[in-house]
Design a protein around this ligand. Structure first.
Ligand SMILES: Cc1cc2nc3c(=O)[nH]c(=O)nc-3n(C[C@H](O)[C@H](O)[C@H](O)COP(=O)(O)OP(=O)(O)OC[C@H]3O[C@@H](n4cnc5c(N)ncnc54)[C@H](O)[C@@H]3O)c2cc1C
Length: 312
């Protein structure tokens, strides 16, 4: 339950943010609308900046008020618990989506959909992003998670990342200094806010051929994954020397259910929302299948999906 002081600080925060131009503010906004799983409670305050200056100001004001915001990209790797997020959620997708190309570097704001980054690169004959075709996140989320597929990952092409420091200043960090690992990065470990990034790609390709390769990768994905159902992609990381999907399928997890959440019958490492699932259904199902794999194979799977907020 909100205390009197938290009500005051939420009101004060909303008032201060409202004075900054380039920010849309919503109170008690259901976060299920902003995540691909479609589960979870509301954000006490949701701020959607449309310029990098507005994002810097949000970070500066939040630091001043000792508020630790939750940053949301496109919400495709995120479970928001049913009690929602008390305090501030900053949504990067939809507002910060500018993309430009300088020589063989694609420069995009954190909220730019990875799909648009891929298409822009292809139009300019720049290759190297085929692995990202069909990953439904934003560029910022991809950098935080070091998103990847089919042997490629965003780390491979990251030239630099602009991050917002707690005082609102922007600092440029070279990709080589970001200690990227499998679904891991220094950006995530250090809780940095991604504002913009430059991706160095391979020039000299033919736009049509690159488009064709992107479409091919998408088709392959559609054949293997339940892309038409609400989910957050792979629930678990790949354990050393094996695949989470293989272990889950062999343990008999496919089709297991809690409430309206079910393990996909198409890909065992996907949990899907059958319609009307709660975050607690999804989280209980994750725990159940994790336990099942541990009991069957002695392997403790590690979640890839991020969780934020409070229980109902
Ligand atoms: C159908 C489907 C298929 C998928 N396939 C793949 C795949 O093949 N490979 C893969 O790697 N992933 C895959 N995913 C997962 C997801 O798309 C990726 O992890 C993606 O990179 C997440 O981006 P996002 O913008 O949605 O991040 P979100 O889910 O919004 O956030 C993820 C994390 O990053 C943080 N964050 C987001 N943006 C910022 C920012 N600008 N600054 C600071 N922190 C930020 C959030 O706080 C959170 O901790 C898939 C998901 C779905 C639904």
């Amino acid at each position: 339950m909100a205390t009197e002081s938290s009500v005051h600080s939420a009101r004060e925060l909303a008032e201060r943010l409202a004075r900054i131009s380039g920010i849309e503010i919503r109170r008690d906004e259901p976060l299920a609308r902003h995540t691909s799983f479609g589960v979870g409670g509301p954000a006490e305050i949701l701020a959607i900046p449309s310029t990098l200056e507005a994002l810097s100001e949000i970070v500066r004001v939040a630091t001043e008020m000792r508020i630790d915001p939750v940053y949301l990209g496109n919400g495709t790797n995120l479970i928001v618990r049913d009690g929602g997020v008390r305090g501030l959620v900053v949504r990067m997708a939809h507002g910060l989506t500018r993309i430009e190309v300088e020589d063989d570097v694609v420069i995009a704001e954190a909220g730019a959909p990875l799909a648009s980054v891929c298409v822009t690169a292809a139009k300019h004959g720049l290759s190297g992003l085929c692995f990202a075709a069909g990953i439904p996140g934003s560029l910022g989320g991809a950098l935080i998670m070091n998103a990847g597929a089919n042997g490629g990952e965003i780390a491979d092409v990251t030239e630099w990342v602009d991050v917002v420091l707690p005082d609102g200043a922007i600092e440029r960090i070279a990709g080589s200094d970001l200690s990227f690992g499998y679904r891991a990065s220094a950006l995530r470990d250090r809780g940095l806010v991604v504002a913009r990034a430059g991706l160095r790609l391979e020039p000299g390709g033919h736009a049509e051929q690159i488009h064709f390769e992107l479409c091919d990768a998408m088709e392959l994905r559609c054949a293997k994954q339940p892309v038409s159902m609400p989910s957050a992609g792979s629930i678990f990381k790949r354990p050393s020397g094996d695949y989470a999907g293989r272990l889950l399928e062999a343990a008999g997890a496919k089709g297991m259910r809690v409430g309206r959440a079910a393990v996909s019958t198409k890909h065992a490492n996907f949990i899907v929302n059958l319609g009307g699932a709660t975050a607690s259904d999804v989280i209980r199902l994750i725990e159940n299948v994790r336990e099942l794999v541990y009991e069957t194979f002695g392997v403790m799977l590690e979640p890839e999906v991020c969780m934020v907020g409070e229980d109902a």
